[in-house]
Design a protein around this ligand. Structure first.
Ligand code: PEP
Ligand code: MN
Length: 356
């Protein structure tokens, strides 16, 4: 699915900037005004200003009346189609909490684990090894999006339970994909972070139901999406009142396929600094799906950290040749240890060079 003329989408272009000295009751009046016009309001309280985002068809709003209200400084015209995700709306970096962890704050985070949970024994074994290698968050697919109906589709509910137990045993928050709307509640019951996979980036009903769980959402970029489209769909998460968003670049491919000949996708590393500039949310990179090649995971991880990524998602398997999915793009735990160590060093060096 493609969005036509995204930049020309009508009637959704304004943010209301409140005056510095605006009172709580002035802000409430503006919200009431928006809501009585049949729209929703979202409030962003920054260090220096309060901004109100309008969600819905702004043609229903009388902007002259709104501008004249007490406490209103101006209506700011936003030129990007993802105004609630824009830096103009939320100026300060947002970090996302998962358990004791904070993603997007002062240190890269590492999400590691197998592509698929294959058995209780397998996820416990790999969880122990990635924990020892320094990983922060345990990943594993239970409901797998697969191209072929003949491929392993994941263990479903029992996979979720094994992931949950392994996360508890090794004291790591967990992440797994919500593939369909019917699975939202059950996945949310078992997993700390909910992943929306690349194939579902355009699935607005799924995005909204996942967002409504109120849990952190790792929102992967669709392989054929432009950044504006990606953020426009991410906007739906904020519009549901959930700002716990982690963005993830995982490689792109032209609509209809082909183009890369040596890799599974083309990892768009330039997306990282662009996303960091355009939005306040943490950005991570998945070089496993981005390249499809184990030998490229280390160099692409370094490139991701150098590009400003807040973390990495890496597929890890101790017996990749036996993996039921994506073995070719899984590294072994030992290499994960080196990768985490070197990424941390590179991150520190770059901060020093940039006086941060
Ligand atoms: C995954 O992370 O398990 C996955 C299927 O990735 P993607 O949606 O990026 O293909
Ligand atoms: Mn995979």
């Amino acid at each position: 699915m493609k969005i036509q003329n995204l930049r020309k989408a009508p009637n959704s272009d304004f943010l209301i900037i409140m005056k510095r000295n605006a009172l709580e009751k002035d802000i409430k009046s503006v919200i009431r005004k928006i809501e009585t016009s049949g729209l929703k309001a979202d409030v962003s309280v920054g260090e220096s200003r309060v901004v109100i985002g309008i969600i819905g068809d702004e043609s229903k709003i009388d902007f002259d009346q709104l501008r004249a209200m007490r406490g209103v400084s101006r209506a700011l015209h936003i030129t990007v189609p993802y105004k609630l995700m824009s830096r103009e709306y939320i100026q300060d970096d947002i970090s996302v909490k998962a358990g004791r962890l904070e993603i997007g704050k002062n240190k890269p985070i590492y999400i590691a684990g197998p592509c698929s949970i294959e058995s209780r024994e397998q996820i416990f074994r790999i969880a122990k090894q990635v924990k020892e290698a320094g990983a922060d968050i345990l990943r594993g697919g239970a409901f797998k999006p697969r191209t072929s109906v003949h491929s392993f589709q994941g263990l479903g509910l029992s996979g979720l339970q094994y992931l949950y137990e392994a996360g508890k045993e090794f004291d790591m928050p967990t992440i797994t994909e919500v593939r369909s709307q019917t699975d939202v509640e059950i996945v949310s019951k078992y997993s700390d972070i909910l992943q929306i996979g690349a194939r579902n980036m355009f699935n607005q009903d799924l995005i909204e139901s996942v967002a409504r769980q109120g849990k952190p959402v790792l929102f992967k970029r669709g392989p054929s999406s432009q950044i504006d489209e990606y953020l426009s769909f991410g906007e739906r998460i904020v519009a549901e009142g959930n700002r716990k968003i982690i963005l993830c670049e995982r490689g792109i491919i032209p609509l209809g396929g082909s183009f890369p000949s040596k890799t599974r996708n083309t990892l768009d590393m330039s997306a990282v600094p662009i996303l960091k500039k355009e939005t306040p949310f943490p950005v991570i990179v998945d070089p496993s799906h981005g390249t499809g090649r184990r030998d490229l995971i280390y160099p692409m991880s370094m490139a991701a950290i150098a590009s400003g990524a807040d973390g990495l998602m890496i597929e890890v398997h101790d017996r990749p040749e036996e993996a039921l999915s994506d073995g070719a793009q899984a590294i072994k735990p030992k290499l994960l240890g080196k990768l985490i160590n070197d990424s941390n060093e590179l991150y520190k060096l770059l901060r020093k060079l940039n006086n941060k």
